[in-house]
Design a protein around this ligand. Sequence first.
Ligand SMILES: Cc1cc2nc3c(=O)[nH]c(=O)nc-3n(C[C@H](O)[C@H](O)[C@H](O)COP(=O)(O)O)c2cc1C
Length: 255
Amino acid sequence: MSSNKETPIKTIGFVLLVCLVCAALVSISAVQLKPLQTANKLLDQQTKILEAANLLETAGNDIVGVYNKYVEAKMIDLNSGDFIEGDPLAFDERRNSRDSAKSDKPKNDIAGINRRSHDAVVYLVRNDQGSVDTVILPIVGSGLWDLMFGFVGLDADLNTIKSVVYSDHKETPGLGAEVMNPKWKALWPGKKVYGDDNKVAIELVKGGAKPDDIYGVDALSGATLTSKGVTNTLHFWFGEEGYAPFIAKNRGGLK
Ligand SMILES: Cc1cc2nc3c(=O)[nH]c(=O)nc-3n(C[C@H](O)[C@H](O)[C@H](O)COP(=O)(O)O)c2cc1C
């Protein structure tokens, strides 16, 4: 009689062995790929920040070198608008927003974020003479499908927009995802955030903004809900529960 006869025990044993080997392979690759994932995430973020600072062409392939030369990330307390101690690299807005000790429910949650981290990272971009000529502020707010994350680049006057760069969203290609379209992004430079009364005035205009409207940018066609999300996100983040205290304190110029 052959000893190679298949038995249920042998079959189950073999299946278990295959499962164990596969699980080990998956865990080993997950652990080994983690540093690479983290590095890629950081590189992606730095690329978006350089784009918001109009430094992407200067950088070419040297994203990290140009980022390190011109950009300084600093932590702020959103309520007071003051700079605070803290490691911007260790800061994780999404994690903080899930932690009730590190975030609060906004009083007026027009951006639909549910909770807002107490702290934020702002990016100061210096020119070759060493003066801050762009300040980049991260933003987050609901689109149609999910939260949309991005950056607004401001001139040193902290009112004139240099750029609006979305980095992460789940909007529909051809509709809400047009926030990534270079033609739409090109509509932003020169627009003003605050009106003469110091209230947030920037908005997306359905049907198209008038050419001389310094507070209006064309809404995304066929994507009214995403467009409303962008307007609400900007109104939240430039309002009192967002960067308004920081902006009020630094209008005189950042060093
Ligand atoms: C499959 C599908 C995907 C859609 N994706 C978006 C979107 O990403 N953003 C958006 O604002 N509207 C999206 N819409 C359309 C909205 O449901 C809504 O009709 C639209 O925002 C109204 O805008 P309008 O008045 O400019 O047509 C989508 C609709 C469908 C059927």
